[in-house]
Design a binder for this molecule. Structure first.
Ligand SMILES: [Zn+2]
Length: 298
């Protein structure tokens, strides 16, 4: 009698084990963590480090990819290096300089800020809801902003090729945006959605999300990012200079800067302040933050 009971249990146990195995398989490819654009730059000391968006050090940083002007070095406090006595060297690191300038990171742990490593390509692909008509303009803005981020940070951003017929071409994919795909690994997916899209709250014109993993040495590394842009940007703003004033390009640049790991600025003149204004611009501190975003070695 006892033996019979056991035989009855065996197939159940087998089903359970298979179910556990399938579950693990599904979660394997997606074991990085997601962080949606933060809506503040809170410095309240009762909040956790992640909520306060503090700069923190990682030995892999400062592998600069682009030229740093004396003004940028000043943000990092490097220009004062010689004047400062040895006992005070804690004041000459970029984390302190960036903190003082009001720039924040998107996400950090005690082992550093979540950044893209600067040793491999980051594919940028554009999706446009197939109900939208300004396809060319929407793609051109992404294209231009990508070039700016690449030039300022030194990150190896490349446009994804899309296949139409037999010909691989650069350009947007026209897609349904009912469900947004998780971006592929090592890619930034920028998608234009309709004005009433449920992926944005009614007062949001754009948002950015980054996914990160914690590496064996504790370093937080960005693995993928997604930028959602509302067609309302085209209805409420005009085209303008990238990084200056409230225009479509500057709003898109704001979201792309989040996608490389930079949070909001406490400087009201910065285009990385919570709200864009007509006199918003890309400050030297913002430029320093972009240069820093490209300084993480593998
Ligand atoms: Zn923002």
């Amino acid at each position: 009698m006892k033996l019979r009971r056991l035989f009855w249990l065996f197939p159940l146990l087998l089903i359970f084990l298979v179910a556990v195995a399938i579950q693990e398989e599904f979660s394997k490819g997606n074991n990085d963590y997601q962080r949606i654009e933060i809506s503040n730059y809170d410095t309240d000391p009762t909040l956790s480090r992640e909520e306060r968006n503090l700069w923190s050090e990682n030995p892999r940083d400062e592998n600069w990819q682009v030229y740093r002007s004396p003004e940028v070095n000043e943000v990092f406090n490097y220009s004062k290096q010689k004047a400062i006595v040895a006992s005070n060297t804690a004041n000459i690191n970029p984390y302190i300089g960036l903190t003082a300038s009001g720039v924040t990171p998107m996400f950090s742990t005690e082992n550093g800020v979540a950044l893209w490593p600067n040793c491999h390509e980051i594919k940028v692909s554009t999706g446009i809801d197939f109900f939208l008509t300004e396809v060319e303009e929407m793609y051109d803005v992404i294209d231009g902003v990508t070039e700016i981020i690449r030039a300022y940070s030194g990150l190896a951003m490349t446009h994804s090729l899309r296949t139409t017929g037999n010909h691989p071409v650069y350009g947007p994919s026209l897609i349904s945006t009912v469900n947004l795909p998780v971006p592929e690994k090592n890619s930034i997916f920028a998608v234009w959605v309709q004005a009433d899209s449920p992926h944005l709250s009614p007062d949001e014109l754009g948002t950015a999300e980054i996914w990160h993993k914690i590496e064996a040495d504790g370093t937080p590394t960005i693995t993928r990012a997604r930028i959602v842009l509302s067609e309302k940007l085209f209805q409420e703003y005009g085209l303008g200079l990238i990084g200056r004033g409230s225009n479509i390009e500057t709003a898109v640049l704001h979201e792309f800067v989040h996608a490389v790991g930079i949070g909001h600025s406490t400087n009201k003149n910065s285009f990385m302040y919570l709200d864009l204004a007509d006199d918003s611009f890309l400050t030297i501190a913002d430029l320093a933050a972009l240069i820093f975003a490209g300084s993480r070695s593998c």
